[in-house]
Design a protein around this ligand. Structure first.
Ligand SMILES: [Zn+2]
Length: 187
């Protein structure tokens, strides 16, 4: 674990992941993908909230109608330049992709915590987070809460089946057999 201010401060992971999941539900209701993210400071105060907006129109406040309109990017575009990024923790409902992981590294975010792994779209399939040259100062905490991990997997599984190629859905079936079986059973 890197000795950063973020790493030294205990935060309530479950509380912030629950908010990220609530934002994921909001994204789904708005016609985008069910992914949410919250940026939290060292005292547990929320700096910015974001969610996926790929299925929505672009606006002055939010990037939308673009494949890059991921929840994490929504957060980062809102905050602009950060003063002490190493003190911040990014909470996401789903493991960040290479773009969002890369953006987090570029910004020097102190810690990333996610509710649910993404065995296809997540960075971890392509590069080990711990070996990423840009991520050496970022603490990464995957799936710290089993109940929230399940909730996030059940929420995103229908999207994984719809959006990912067969190979990707197969990885999801392998990683989350119970949650993906529920999707299969509905069809
Ligand atoms: Zn992303």
């Amino acid at each position: 674990m890197p000795d950063t201010p973020a790493a030294r401060t205990p935060l309530d992971h479950a509380r912030h992941l629950r908010e990220a999941l609530a934002l994921a539900h909001e994204g789904q209701k708005a016609g985008s993908a069910p992914v949410g993210a919250v940026l939290v400071d060292a005292h547990g105060h929320v700096v910015a909230r974001g969610r996926n907006r790929v299925g929505e129109a672009q606006s002055a406040e939010h990037v939308g109608d673009a494949s890059v309109a991921h929840a994490e990017m929504d957060v980062y575009f809102q905050v602009g330049k950060l003063d002490a990024p190493e003190t911040l923790t990014l909470y996401t409902s789903l493991e960040p992709c290479l773009m969002c992981g890369g953006a987090s590294a570029l910004l020097g975010i102190g810690r990333i915590v996610w509710a649910t792994d993404d065995p296809w779209g997540g960075s971890g399939r392509l590069i080990k987070w711990s070996e990423h040259p840009a991520m050496q100062d970022t603490e990464v905490i995957p799936c710290p809460d089993a109940a929230l991990e399940h909730e996030g997997a059940a929420l995103f599984a229908p999207e994984a089946k719809k959006a990912f190629p067969e190979e990707g859905w197969a990885l999801w079936r392998q990683r989350y057999p119970q949650e993906t079986a529920e999707v299969e059973a509905r069809e």
